[in-house]
Design a protein around this ligand. Structure first.
Ligand SMILES: [Zn+2]
Ligand SMILES: [Zn+2]
Length: 280
């Protein structure tokens, strides 16, 4: 395996989280089981087989490796074409950027750019959709949730023989209803308002978000105005996180990662502390 960019892996029930995230350095995540990735601040060679990407915003630590991803996937002719989902406001500039790279590199930048606004949904498999949510950051920013979508026979039709169900279906009666489960939520960079305005993020089985700062002397108002979160924002909302696992990344490049780990150990109340995983 070519080991060009460091990343970590965490196997969870039904999904493997792979990625790396530090503020101003890079954020890149993917779930290989679903063929889906989030942000492309850097591009591990190992991640190139992932065709569907969702970009939260255009800061360099989340987008800088886009031409690398698109070019390498174009040249290596992966069977599923590359689709990049990104905030609608970015589409024209990113297209121009890729066109310029195509001229500079004289290699193809073949992909579909799909603009998203909050509320948009995209199907990524028979049972999974990705929905976009507005985040709070100084530039246009979306977060995403992967929902499992299942259709179950309505209760009143359960127990009927197969032939009766077939007849009902053929007569045009809606015999199933939809059940949705939020499996994985990714905020990208946001102030805590992004979570508060989108409570689905507190309900997802796995939440990947940012805890950029932990030091007490870092003023929270300033952190929020830059569109980021402090450990105190998690402590204030500790009861709200119903997630099985909360992965926090995007730790400030000014910190050693152990500083964040120790702050979580010492200050985040249980049971959130036990479910909180500092990535880095
Ligand atoms: Zn960032
Ligand atoms: Zn950012």
């Amino acid at each position: 395996m070519i080991d060009n960019v460091h990343f970590q892996s965490l196997a969870l029930p039904g999904m493997t989280i792979e990625g790396y995230s530090r503020a101003m350095v890079q954020s890149v995540w993917r779930v290989p089981e679903w063929n889906v990735g989030f942000d492309v601040g850097a591009m591990p060679w190992h991640f190139l087989d992932t065709p569907n990407w969702f970009i939260t915003h255009a800061h360099l630590d989340h987008l800088a490796a886009l031409p690398v991803l698109v070019s390498r996937r174009s040249i290596m002719e992966f069977p599923i074409p590359t689709t990049i989902h990104l905030p609608e406001e970015l589409v024209d500039d990113v297209r121009e950027l890729l066109d310029i790279w195509e001229r500079l590199d004289r290699g193809p930048q073949s992909c579909t750019l799909k603009g998203m606004i909050a509320g948009d949904e995209v199907s990524i498999s028979r049972d999974h959709i990705v929905k976009a949510y507005a985040m709070r950051h100084p530039v246009p920013a979306l977060g995403y949730i992967v929902w499992e979508v299942r259709h179950k026979l309505k209760e009143e039709y359960q127990g009927l023989p197969g032939s009766a169900i077939r007849d009902l279906r053929q007569s045009g009666v809606a015999i199933t209803e939809e059940f949705r489960t939020p499996l994985l939520a990714y905020t990208g960079d946001t102030s805590p308002v992004g979570l508060d305005e989108n409570p689905d993020f507190f309900e997802a089985k796995v939440l990947i978000t940012e805890m950029s700062f932990v030091r007490p002397k870092h003023p929270r108002e300033k952190i929020h105005s830059y569109g980021h979160m402090h450990i105190d924002d998690f402590i204030d909302r500790a009861e709200k996180f119903h997630n099985d696992k909360v992965i926090v990344g995007h730790v400030s490049s000014r910190y050693e990662i152990d500083e964040t780990r120790l702050a979580v150990r010492d200050f985040v109340p249980s049971p959130l502390k036990e479910r909180l995983h500092v990535w880095g």
